[in-house]
Design a protein around this ligand. Structure first.
Ligand code: RTP
Ligand code: MG
Length: 137
């Protein structure tokens, strides 16, 4: 069964949106196979965001992701990888369509980094790599 790694980022916890976000994943019909709440280590964030190292938003991104606890989730279902990305909406919450998590619940807070509530793996390879980071066997 296809599976993906979803993160509810620190802004989602700070704003009390965990329940709403989980409800959208469940209402869509995806299964929640694993769930963990904790603050990420620097090593986990470096591994998770390795593809973005050197980009201008990398440092503010890692700082933002260190601000508080994160909920990490393994979700499964046919098409869950593109399906959750569609549910999340565009990276920029200002541009994200209404009906999506980022479009309905996010906005521009005038900060260096886009605080956009959730992460979802973008391919089967990314999903398996990221599940290995957040849920080490
Ligand atoms: P994600 O990886 O979190 O699911 O989001 P994504 O694929 O839509 O976006 P990606 O390009 O992978 O960027 C990772 C995260 O970095 C932050 N970001 N901020 N210019 C900016 O302010 C900026 N660009 C990227 C966002 O939190 C984005 O989700
Ligand atoms: Mg990404």
């Amino acid at each position: 069964m296809e599976r993906t790694l979803i993160l509810i980022k620190p802004d989602g916890l700070a704003r009390g949106l965990v329940g709403q976000i989980l409800a959208r994943i469940e209402a869509k019909g995806y299964a929640i196979d694993a769930l963990s709440l904790r603050t990420a280590t620097a090593d986990e964030l470096a591994a998770h965001y390795a593809e973005h190292e050197g980009k201008p938003f990398y440092q503010p991104l890692v700082e933002f992701m260190s601000e508080g606890p994160i909920v990490s989730i393994i979700a499964s279902g046919q098409g869950v990888i593109p399906g959750f990305r569609a549910l999340a909406g565009a990276t920029d919450p200002t541009a994200a369509a209404p009906g999506t998590i980022r479009g309905d619940l996010g906005r521009d807070w005038g900060e260096q980094v886009q605080k956009n509530l959730v992460h979802g793996s973008d391919s089967v390879e990314s999903a398996e790599r990221e599940i290995g980071i957040w849920f080490p066997a």
